[in-house]
Design a protein around this ligand. Structure first.
Ligand code: ZN
Ligand code: ZN
Length: 86
């Protein structure tokens, strides 16, 4: 996703402020652009195309809830984390 989201406020996009700092309008948190773009959060939600063409991409919960993701998703599916071991 080309836009940055807040890791604390699900679905809240960050706004660029001075320089390469990004700020959350909801909680006031600030990050360097390099910290949030590309998104460092683990992808736990699968976004599918309209028409159900399979999984388009995996995104974090915050990105999945962002209004800009609404176009991409027809259905949201939580993908369980891969089990490790054995
Ligand atoms: Zn926030
Ligand atoms: Zn994300």
């Amino acid at each position: 996703m080309p836009w940055a989201v807040c890791p604390h406020c699900v679905g809240e996009g960050l706004r660029s402020s001075v320089g390469r700092r990004w700020r959350c309008p909801r909680c006031g948190g600030e990050w360097d652009e390099a910290e949030r773009v590309p998104c460092p959060e683990p992808g736990t939600v699968a976004l599918t195309n309209e028409g159900g063409g399979g999984i388009v991409r995996l995104v974090c919960a915050s990105h999945a809830a962002h209004p800009s993701a609404a176009r991409l998703r027809r259905a949201l599916q939580i993908v369980p984390p891969e089990t490790e071991g054995d």
